[in-house]
Design a protein around this ligand. Structure first.
Ligand code: ZN
Length: 245
């Protein structure tokens, strides 16, 4: 059941990184979701619907999120998102804007968006979130460093013109203390890298996400959404129609 918060990283051809999705596959996935009747919304919309307990309408919602802030978001993903008029959130490594990726052995030379490029995508309607300052594993550093990573990137988001504060845990890792620090530092929600997290009125700080990998074909992508309310309605609709005939 939805909402489905999708986790993408880089959108590019010919990468060795398993999390890099080729542009044609990305577009195929996006257009299939829209054809199927899913509505792409912002993370802020999801959190607001959770807060008021609107679970029914959440089932048909999807959110596009992109971790790390790769330059190919600007050159490749954004034109596709704009074409379909789909909102998205990019989780930036706020202290590494314009740098090369240093934490991922598969894409060590991949380029991250510069501050100017981040300002440009923000002006195009893209939401920004924090992926900390240095892509630090918050579950493995001391409390002082946790706060520093969270507070400094929160300030950077504000300076870049963002007003809804969301966090994506680097490496998908957190502890209860980290989760508490995220609240104290003024974030409104945080997303994980696991789809198995519970979703409820108080779970804004460990929202589940569906990770999309580059080797997924359309069929395996589609099975991620099996059992959704829309799929159910479609099946029931067909049964009723057959019965009437
Ligand atoms: Zn990351």
């Amino acid at each position: 059941m939805g909402p489905f918060i999708l986790m993408y990283h880089s959108i590019a051809e010919g990468s060795e990184d398993p999390y890099t999705v080729p542009p044609n596959k990305f577009e195929e996935q996006l257009s299939w979701l829209i054809e199927r009747g899913f509505e792409a919304v912002s993370l802020a919309t999801i959190v607001n619907l959770l807060k008021i307990g609107e679970y029914k309408s959440l089932r048909t919602k999807i959110v596009f999120t992109f971790d790390d802030g790769y330059k190919d978001f600007l050159t490749t993903a954004l034109p596709i998102l704009l074409h379909y008029k789909v909102p998205a959130t990019v989780f930036i490594v706020a202290g590494m804007l314009g740098d090369k990726v240093s934490w991922n052995s598969h894409s060590k030379h991949a380029q991250l968006m510069s501050e100017d490029e981040i300002r440009h995508i923000k002006a195009q309607g893209v939401s920004l979130g924090s992926h900390t300052m240095t892509h630090s594993n918050l579950a493995k550093v001391d409390e002082k460093k946790v706060y520093q990573e969270l507070v400094d990137s929160h300030i950077t988001l504000r300076d870049l013109g963002e007003s809804f504060y969301a966090l994506s845990y680097p490496w998908g890792q957190w502890t209860n203390q980290v989760l508490n620090a995220v609240k104290v530092a003024g974030y409104e929600c945080a997303v994980t890298a696991s789809r198995k997290m519970p979703l409820g009125a108080t779970e804004y700080y460990c929202l589940p996400r569906v990770g999309i990998k580059g080797d997924m074909n359309l069929k395996s992508f589609q099975t991620l959404f099996d059992g959704s309310a829309i799929e159910f309605a479609r099946k029931v609709g067909r049964v009723v129609k057959n019965f009437l005939q």
